[in-house]
Write a protein that binds this ligand. Structure first.
Ligand SMILES: [Zn+2]
Length: 143
């Protein structure tokens, strides 16, 4: 049996939601929640480098892909076994329009598919919840 992996923006509030943002990982942990998605959040240094413009987006996504390859295998396995939900929906801040080439959740989904999950693609707009205003980063992109 394989689980299906999907992606959506942060406002998605349905089943299988897995927050994979760096910004929220600490918040979840401080709230005493088990931050399962934290293992898939971009490394702090990587995240800072791209947010401050010290690293171009392509390189950032390549480094993030490498990070996923090194990710805690037991958590990846637990995800693939459906312990965190099926479908599993990786969420981050990016709105659909800026998401296409610059967003790590697509890279995450591709990685999970490479590990045996079924590609459920980006959820349809109407299933993603209301669009919230998020302050853009200095580069004008969101991660
Ligand atoms: Zn993103």
């Amino acid at each position: 049996m394989s689980i299906t992996v999907c992606t959506a923006r942060l406002s998605y509030g349905g089943p299988g939601r897995l927050d994979i943002t760096r910004s929220n990982a600490l918040e979840h942990r401080n709230a005493g929640e088990v931050a399962n998605g934290e293992v898939f959040a971009p490394d702090v240094d990587l995240f800072r480098a791209v947010r401050t413009g010290r690293m171009v987006v392509d390189l950032y996504l390549e480094r993030y892909r490498e990070q996923l390859e090194r990710a805690n295998h037991s958590i990846v396995k637990a995800c693939l076994e459906g312990l965190y939900g099926d479908p599993l929906v990786g969420v981050c801040f990016c709105a659909p329009r800026v998401r296409v080439l610059t967003c790590h959740r697509t890279v995450w989904r591709e990685f999970m598919v490479s590990q045996g999950a079924i590609d459920g693609r980006e959820l349809p707009e109407e299933e993603q919840g209301p669009v919230r205003r998020v302050k853009p980063s200095r580069q004008g992109r969101l991660f």
